[in-house]
Design a protein around this ligand. Structure first.
Ligand code: ATP
Length: 304
């Protein structure tokens, strides 16, 4: 597996306060990696470190396999674009002039990539409009456009959908997917809005108290969170025999409870169970959201 970013036991201390506490994470090439954590968990601190805005107290990281202690790290970092906290844009300029300004800052002699970037972020028609008259969603997308100057293949976005209205959220989602699918850009994004993140992310890192408490993939989460019928019976051994006969997928949770992962006809199930003196006491549908999963994970971390 090729990783765009890896961190090893990364620590960041602010005086006596430990914001990152031995954090190790792995972002595969091509991923949309969702970084999830409650307020103060350490998301922005992590992003600031990998962007080179702050230095770790201990531990290290690598970008495209170049170690953070290597002199070539700034070269690898040039393959990264980032929007951290508020996007760095000039309000009294047009979108195009903001992008020209960024080219100048990065020493890029040509403006050739600007029209394509404006098209990608959906700002090609703003022409002479000053950024101060843009909606928040347009400003956020311009922030991403600025980060795209220099053709990075790794984009880091700190809370890109914070404060956006539903329309702005949809546009941001489509933009991130487009950058990932069309331009093969690997994305690291932090967010509190888990429902939205679950529509985008291919990988997840759950961060709490400066530690990565779980790293997983969207398909693993889907498997854990998938819809099922929970049943409460007098004997799950009997239930297992009945479901095996019908080749229905299930999971036994205890002597009396089980999860069934396929459509079943409840009346047929009751009749089949009764033949073996087993009673169905209760049945209800369940499907876990990413939010429930996260809360359960935090509960586990707190009980350690
Ligand atoms: P949020 O979602 O609220 O932005 P976060 O996960 O991004 O939270 P961080 O901004 O990384 O969290 O902050 C982690 C902890 O470190 C917080 O308790 C914060 O108060 C503290 N912290 C961050 N920056 C500094 C600093 N420069 N000096 C002292 N403490 C800091």
């Amino acid at each position: 597996m090729e990783y765009v970013l890896e961190t090893y036991e990364l620590c960041k201390q602010y005086g006596k306060y430990t914001a990152l506490n031995g954090l190790s994470m792995h972002i595969p090439k091509g991923a949309i990696y969702g970084l999830i954590g409650r307020n103060g968990a350490g998301k922005t601190t992590l992003i600031r470190l990998i962007c080179g805005l702050q230095t770790p107290t201990s531990g290290r990281y690598s970008i495209y396999s170049t170690d953070s202690t290597d002199v070539n790290i700034s070269k690898s970092r040039r393959r990264m674009g980032a929007v951290v906290e508020t996007p760095s844009i000039y309000l009294d300029m047009t979108a195009e002039d903001n992008l020209k300004q960024q080219c100048l800052m990065l020493g890029i002699p040509s403006y050739d990539e600007i029209p394509e970037i404006l098209r990608l972020v959906g700002l090609e028609t703003t022409k002479k409009k000053k950024v101060r008259n843009f909606s928040l969603g347009m400003k956020q997308r311009l922030g991403i456009a600025v980060a795209l100057i220099g053709s990075p293949d790794f984009l880091v976005l700190d809370e890109p959908i914070n404060g956006l209205d539903p329309q702005g959220i949809v546009e941001m989602r489509e933009l991130i997917l487009k950058l990932n699918h069309e331009k093969q850009i690997t994305v690291l994004m932090s967010s509190h809005i888990l429902d939205e993140l679950s529509r985008l992310a291919t990988h997840y890192g759950f961060i709490d108290d400066g530690r990565l408490i779980k790293e997983t993939t969207a398909s693993q989460i889907e498997a854990v969170c998938r819809k099922c019928l929970c049943v409460d019976v007098t004997d799950t051994k009997v239930l297992a025999v009945v479901l095996d006969n019908e080749k229905i997928e299930y999971e036994i949770i205890s002597n009396t409870t089980a999860k069934i992962f396929e459509e079943v006809n409840i009346s047929d199930l009751v009749i089949a169970l009764e033949k073996h003196n087993c009673k169905l006491n209760k049945s209800y549908e369940q499907s876990e959201t990413l939010e429930n999963y996260f809360i359960r994970l935090l509960g586990g971390a707190e009980n350690e």
